[in-house]
Design a protein around this ligand. Structure first.
Ligand code: H2B
Length: 103
């Protein structure tokens, strides 16, 4: 198992607006979130399957929910008690997967 990740410093959190413009920092500053909307449930679920594969590869997992064609994703690092570089890396993979689905 790898060492526990460090949470981002406040300046790094502020910089997320530029590096991950589709994501918002939650009010408590401990997570980032993005909401996606698709044509239908099948598209939404296919994206979730793609994200699940990326998450397992990275050994870093989203907190998320799905309602029909919407997927709400929240990324936080439980082991760090906040946002870490692991969340950034997974967010980038999610953005790439979503773009390939046209979302
Ligand atoms: N996912 C997230 N979001 N945060 C974590 O701290 C985390 C994880 N820890 N996936 C990983 C798994 C850890 O439990 C394993 C043992 O590496």
């Amino acid at each position: 198992m790898t060492a526990s990740p460090l949470p981002l410093r406040p300046g790094q959190v502020a910089g997320l607006a530029e590096t991950l413009p589709l994501w918002r920092v939650t009010d408590d500053g401990k997570a980032i979130r993005r909401e996606l909307r698709f044509r239908d449930f099948r598209q939404a679920f296919d994206l979730m399957s793609a994200i699940a594969a990326a998450a397992d590869e990275q050994d870093h997992h989203p907190d998320w929910s799905n309602s029909y064609n919407r997927v709400a994703i929240r990324l936080t690092t439980h082991d760090a008690g906040g946002i870490s570089a692991r969340d950034i890396r997974l967010a980038e993979a999610i953005d790439a997967a979503a773009a390939s689905f046209g979302a």
